[in-house]
Design a binder for this molecule. Sequence first.
Ligand SMILES: Nc1ncnc2c1ncn2[C@@H]1O[C@H](COP(=O)(O)OP(=O)(O)OP(=O)(O)O)[C@@H](O)[C@H]1O
Ligand SMILES: [Mg+2]
Length: 333
Amino acid sequence: MSSIIEIKNVSKEFKVLNRREGLKGSLMDLFSRDYKIVKAVDDISMTIEPGEIVGYLGPNGAGKSTTIKMMTGVLEPSSGEILVNGKIPYKNRTENAQQIGVVFGQRSQLWWALPLIESFKILKDIYMIPDSDYNNMLEFYKSLVDIDDLLHKPVRQMSLGQRTLSDILAAFLHNPAIVFLDEPTIGLDVSMKAKIRTLIKGLNKEKKTTVILTTHDMGDVDALCERIVIIDHGKMLYDNDIEHLKGFFGSYRTLKVRVDDDLKVESEIIQGEFEDLQVTSDDEWISILVDEDKIGVIDVFGTLQKTHKISDMQIEEISTEDVIKKIYEGGVK
Ligand SMILES: Nc1ncnc2c1ncn2[C@@H]1O[C@H](COP(=O)(O)OP(=O)(O)OP(=O)(O)O)[C@@H](O)[C@H]1O
Ligand SMILES: [Mg+2]
């Protein structure tokens, strides 16, 4: 089986104006322009197999969107080679469009004034989708998520979540081999995120669509990705299974406790008591990340019990969220 995406030693540099500060600086900029080179993507190589869902992760400014833009043919690499389904994306933009779908979160590609179904009909013509394929895809969409209300709504009247959902439906409509999703769940509520994950998962499973996904939401990763690629400052830090990555943190446990008092206040008190540990809280639990090579979970729990009224507790392996946080902070050897 040959790879559907091949990226070899790809870099992308941008030339940006080095702006000087203040009025004097602006005047100096007018007369002598001082440029610097930003290496947005720095010597990245990877191959992606058909049918994979790959989480492409990294902190803000890491180079994720730039990589996606190169894979979709919007940007040309400064150096290196990219093949998407055997073709060079920026040289074969029309052909490339037939085999890929793209969603850049928050920036809709749909016709603003038209009801969604009319946008679909235009896409059907553009991509020359046969009637039967088109109808089957609509039926399949309906089996995954409720779209009846959406179809007749103009895009401009939609909420952000409905619009994103519509964009994703539109990107998959011509049954492309690969779909690129750049932060598809950004700004969405819990239930819309769940719908979008169901949709992506269902399409990947049924149509064998290869999916490249960037996200800052580790819930997306847990729900969708076996494999993750992490980049930072344009450089690749990690490329493997998420479970493999968690293996590096085998001595870590998450101690979760429930208390009857205000969780946020209590978690801040606990953080004060355990300065070296990371303490967070949500609606239900206070979570304390413990490295058992340094201190036992039971010791931490014992100390807590002396000063806090704990009503329930649970011990879990390290979460994806915490693993990724650790990688961003310190990298993995
Ligand atoms: N057109 C451009 N001109 C100049 N610099 C750019 C351009 N596009 C991106 N950059 C720079 O390249 C780097 C990588 O940006 P990119 O948008 O790829 O990051 P990202 O990983 O998608 O971040 P985020 O999570 O915030 O979306 C950043 O330093 C950014 O400022
Ligand atoms: Mg981005």
